[in-house]
Design a protein around this ligand. Sequence first.
Ligand code: HEM
Length: 426
Amino acid sequence: MDTLKVLTSVVLPTFGKGVIIRRPAVEGLAGRFNLDLSAVRLMQKLRRKYGASPLLLKIPFRPQLLLLGAKDVEFVLSRAPQPFSPATKEKRAALNHLEPGNVLISDPPRRAQTRPYHEAALATSERHHPLVSRFQAVIDEEIERIISADGRQELDWPLFAAAWFKIVRRLVLGDSAREDEGLTDLLNHLRSRSNWAFFLRKDRKLLEEFQRIVQRYADRSEGGSLVGFGPKDQSINPPSQIAQWLFAFDPAGMATFRTLALLATYPEHLAAAQAEALAGETERPLTRAYFLEALRLWPTTPAILRETTTEIAVPKVKEGTGLIIFTPFFHRDDANLKCAHRMEPSIWLDGDDALPLKGLVPFSAGPAMCPAHNLVPLVATMAIGAILARASIKLTSPTMAPSALPGTLDHFALKFDARRSTSSGT
Ligand code: HEM
């Protein structure tokens, strides 16, 4: 009975919203019915009933261990790719539609070959990517175009997203990709197929077309872009690696837009972020912490999945058993986290972007941690800064109570009143 409850209250809504690309209608429903917090409550109930050890869900043909203790999150994530492999059956089925051969779904030898490509291009271990000044110029240019020169305007997701994806194409592929909306449409089409994982056949023709276009950009290797900056190695199948960058900048945009909503809900933090933006330094520790809070409160990767590569003794499970880390449970667990449902940027002010022992892992943790865990907050803080340096913003929809933030924040529905500020001088 409890397995069934997990399937209907945790697994189904998560996959329903769309793991690879969000389905706006389902995200709207999840928001209206507060499905994410209901899932957290169910998992808290299971922990009270069974204890904090991993709970085996005896799903026919696909047993899964559901992690209920934060220490196990750290234990599992730090042991990748063996004995806890990121390349689970579900991920392989989903991502094969879009990026066969991507590091995320690679076996350990191929992972050892592909992971360094990402780490080098995305400058994983550097707080500021070497192309930071160029990124700043691109972001300023695109944001300048969407903040109306005269007076007030509504800033909503379609307006922000149009600028965001121009930024993404320019940063990833180069300026020549700025207007290539067709490529983003093609990518989104493949992502929609990925959402269906096993339940849909691969569209080989569409995938080939997408890969051909991305390979063309990779061959062009434009200066100032991530493809130009990354190592040149055809053996890793560049389009399959680069597809992940193009696709994963979408959740980065969602989280950036949600950060604006969060800031508009806490005027003192909005003022602090605006002051950082106007100071013009690249290092913006507060804005970075606000962004990480938006990711904690509304994680864009709600399910981090693993699969055992060998038999495990405690609890006794066979090789090939799935593991589920449902991040909203750890990020919103008010039994262990006082600030579960409000913003608390101090969590991140030490400079970390993963606190696995507390189960706070917006970018995952360990050897398979997102290799863009420094790049994404950098780009996001620059975009937030570019908006706040030009405009005063007010959240017009929805309204949020600062002491009890909603479990789901539908980014498609966010609307702001943006007024060009006179103080910015821009
Ligand atoms: C809000 C934005 C993002 C978040 C929250 C995020 C989070 C994550 C998470 C949770 C994983 C899974 C790691 C695991 O299975 O343990 C991951 C993997 C990955 N992400 Fe990100 N990511 C974001 C954006 C990006 C961007 C923009 C890029 C590239 C430009 C990127 C590149 C990757 C790659 C290549 C992997 C596979 C790593 C591996 O398997 O070794 N991510 N990311």
